[in-house]
Every structure is written in structure tokens, then in C-alpha cells.
Design a protein around this ligand. Structure first.
Ligand code: TYM
Length: 411
């Protein structure tokens, strides 16, 4: 595997993936389990402390640098806090997308959700940024719900359970505020006829050996999972079919979804499409640690859009912090803000940059106690979720407007 190859569509940097003449998939960067056994990042699992700079090298992506941020500023007239704070830290072909936007060419946005449970605040981060891009660029958005993936992934989950979460997650997606005239929700098992022909073309071009290397599949993986990735890849090319010409697509998502895009990019040009571009975010941390991501599989450490105020209060009060063992030690030595999920949660979601910088200085100098940060986080989260809950309620009446074929979706 060649480390650090950027495979962009400009042809400006050396890349073995971007070479259209190559007809095997052996050079796709693989899942990074072997790089460091304590860290494992796949679309289904994030374990260990994530070193984002290292991921850029291992996955062969590009950092979001000042040049890209300036281009954004030129187009949008501002720098979104998630860019400024480097929450979105990495990309592929974002410069290509920004050039297309500048020249007035239509681009599509594509993002998604695997409906395995209720939505937590980590999931909302890339969606809020996607809405921002949709507003700024006036772009159409495809939003995929991979109910098939989540059914296949766990032997315990039933189709009924997944359908329930699909419905609940649709309410969350709508409550983010996407433009109903420019947004189409695709539920895989409902809309598969729109994806299947493209998925077949993709599947035919990917060997099992590549799928194993990219996703970490083994002999004990069920064959449904092994066959699934082309279904998540298909919406990358659907816009080209809708528009009747190759159409650029930008995917905002956390970095865990990257294996899908590496695979997709490898077949794109062979199929006559642009490689899908990505903008990768970090993970909102789980409330119980410094390193892992907020995950529905550990509900006590994540804040869900349907949590009651007292549940939020309890989760935040039990959160891990970067504080010292006693108040006296905290006053003497200060806290470890950078290793504190409460700090990051406040920084990304609720504090503005100035407030957050001040919080940081006060924390590390011993002038702020963890109780104060926890109380700020609990208050802000409760108010945020309470607003979202009202929007979820009214979303029930607009499901049809958002569905791919403008049809109802019921449990
Ligand atoms: P899923 O449901 O695991 O995650 C949905 C989106 O949330 C991001 N994410 C997070 N972001 C920040 N902090 C976290 N703690 C966190 N946990 C998850 C994910 O990166 C994702 O953007 N297979 C996909 C569904 C999918 C999809 C897509 C996602 C289908 N097509 C296109 C992104 C783009 C999944 O199960 O996502």
C-alpha cells in the first residue's frame, strides 16, 4: 500500500488510485487496524485514541489548510466555525468542488445515516454542516438511510426494529432544516430500484480481496455485509444519472465512512463518473473518555435528540473530564482541557471561539472547576434538545416532501 497518495482529480499529485489505466484495486489504502493495534477505525467501529494527523497520512487524504479555508471564505463570505476550529480537518477533491461551485456548475451533496438506534449529537454535526453547505451553494442533497446495512451488521437486530429507527431518524434529519425542495431521502429497502443498477456496475469492478483489505471483512463476515458497500457507493453516481451528465458530488461525513469512498473513487472514472469528493470531520467524543467517538452503542455516554432533561443532566454530571482529583489540585495544577470531552463538546457545539479560548485558559490555569463546565454543558444541551424535539414533532407532517418519491413513510 502506498502511504499518503492523494488520488485527487486534478492529476496534480502522484497517485496510483487516480490512474484510470490501472485495472485492479490493489492500491486502495486499507483499513488501519494493522497500523496500530490499539486503534481501529471502520464504518462500524471506532476504538482507541484517534490521531487525526496520522489518519490523513494513512488514508491518503488532504488536510484542510488555509488555502482551502480562504477559498471557502471567498465563496461564502465567511468561515464556518466547524472549519475554523478544524472540526472538518481533511478532504479529497474539495478544491475541485469549490472550483465547480465558483464557475456556477451544479454540484450535489450526499450524506447519510445507518438507522441502528436513535440519533445523538455526534451524528448531527456533519448534518448541520451539510445544511450550511446546501444553503450556501444552493445544492441538491441526497440523504441515504442504510437500513439494509444495519440489519445485516447485527445478528440480533430485526427488520421491524430497524424500520422503527429509520422512521425516528427521518424525523431528526428533517428537523435539521434541509431545504425540502432540494433534499431527497433514500431508504435503501424502499428505494433500492434506483440504486441497484448502479450498485451492480460498481460491484462487478471490486474484488473480494479489495473489499477485505478496505473493510476488514473476514471469512466469518456474513455475505450480506460483503455485498453491501456498492449500495452505499451508488448515491455518489445517482446525481449523474438524474442530471444526464457527469455531476460532481461532495460528501460531508466523519472520517469513519472513508473506506466506502476509497472504494468508490477507485471505480468512478472507469465508469465515466467524477470521483466523489469528501470533507471529513473528526468525532464528537463520547462523554466517558478522551479518545473514542460518541456512539449509540454506549447510550449512557451520548446525548440523544430524544433524551429527557433529567437524563441529559445525569449523563453530563457523570461525564469524564480533564480535571484533577481534588479541587485543591485543580487550583494548583489546572485541568487538561484538550483531553476533556466536556470542553470539546462545548467548543464544537455551544461556545463561540472567544468563549472557548477563554474557557481553555481558565481551565489549564486552575481558575475553572469541572462542575462549572458541566453545568454549562447540561444547560445548553437541554435547551438545544428541547428545541430539536419541537422540530421533530412538526417533522412528522413533512415526511412525504422529503422522501425520494414523495411518498409517506410509516413504522
Ligand atoms: P452512521 O449512522 O454511523 O453515522 C451517521 C453520520 O454521523 C457521523 N458520525 C459522527 N460524527 C461525529 N461524531 C460522532 N461521534 C459520530 N458518529 C457518527 C458518521 O460519520 C456519519 O456521517 N453507513 C453510514 C450511513 C451512510 C452515510 C452515507 C454516512 C450511508 N451513506 C453517506 C455518511 C455519508 C452509517 O452507518 O453512518
Amino acid at each position: 500500500m502506498k502511504k499518503g497518495s492523494s488520488n485527487n482529480q486534478n492529476g496534480s499529485e502522484s497517485s496510483d488510485i487516480g490512474n484510470n489505466n490501472r485495472d485492479n484495486n490493489e492500491n486502495i489504502p486499507q483499513n488501519n487496524e494493522s497500523e496500530n493495534n490499539s486503534v481501529r477505525i471502520t464504518p462500524w467501529e471506532v476504538v482507541g485514541h484517534v490521531d487525526y494527523d496520522r489518519l490523513i497520512k494513512e488514508f491518503g487524504t488532504q488536510p484542510i489548510d488555509s488555502e482551502i479555508i480562504e477559498k471557502f471564505q471567498k465563496i461564502t463570505g465567511e468561515v464556518h466555525p466547524m472549519l475554523k476550529l478544524h472540526y472538518f480537518f481533511s478532504h479529497r477533491d474539495l478544491d475541485f468542488i469549490l472550483r465547480k461551485v465558483e464557475s456556477g456548475e451544479k454540484i450535489y451533496l450526499y450524506t447519510g445515516r445507518g438507522p441502528s438506534g436513535m440519533v445523538h449529537m455526534g451524528h448531527l454535526m456533519p448534518w448541520m454542516f451539510t445544511k450550511y453547505l446546501q444553503d450556501k451553494f444552493g445544492s441538491k442533497l441526497l440523504f441515504q438511510l442504510t437500513d439494509d446495512e444495519k440489519f445485516l451488521y447485527s445478528q440480533e437486530r430485526t427488520r421491524e426494529e430497524i424500520r422503527h429507527y429509520t422512521y425516528e431518524n427521518i424525523l431528526d434529519i428533517i428537523s435539521v432544516g434541509f431545504d425540502p425542495n432540494n433534499t431527497k431521502i433514500i431508504v435503501d429497502t424502499t428505494h433500492i430500484k434506483h440504486l441497484y443498477p448502479i450498485a451492480l456496475e460498481i460491484a462487478k469492478r471490486i474484488t473480494f480481496s479489495t473489499a477485505k483489505a478496505v473493510f476488514g471483512f473476514s471469512s466469518s463476515t456474513n455475505i450480506g455485509m460483503i455485498g453491501f458497500p456498492p449500495v452505499q457507493a451508488a448515491p455518489c453516481f445517482l446525481p449523474s444519472l438524474i442530471e444526464g451528465k457527469p455531476t460532481p458530488v461532495l460528501i460531508p461525513a466523519a472520517i469513519d465512512q472513508d473506506p466506502y469512498w476509497r472504494m468508490t473513487r477507485d471505480v468512478a472514472e472507469k465508469m465515466g463518473f467524477y470521483k466523489p469528493a469528501q470533507i471529513h470531520s473528526k468525532f464528537l467524543p463520547s462523554l466517558d473518555s478522551q479518545g473514542g467517538k460518541m456512539s449509540s452503542s454506549k447510550p449512557e455516554t451520548a446525548i440523544f435528540t430524544t433524551d429527557e432533561p433529567e437524563v441529559i443532566e445525569k449523563k453530563v454530571s457523570s461525564a469524564f473530564t480533564g480535571g484533577q482529583a481534588t479541587v485543591a489540585l485543580q487550583r494548583q495544577y489546572g485541568g487538561n482541557a484538550l483531553g476533556c470531552p466536556v470542553f470539546w463538546y462545548l467548543r464544537y457545539f455551544f461556545d463561540d471561539e472567544k468563549e472557548s479560548d477563554e474557557r481553555f485558559v481558565k481551565c489549564i490555569s486552575g481558575n475553572l472547576l469541572c462542575g462549572e463546565c458541566k453545568s454549562d454543558l447540561a444547560r445548553e444541551s437541554k435547551s438545544f434538545i428541547s428545541t430539536l424535539k419541537k422540530r421533530r414533532e412538526s417533522a412528522k407532517d413533512s415526511i412525504e416532501k422529503y422522501m425520494y418519491e414523495n411518498e409517506p413513510y410509516e413504522i
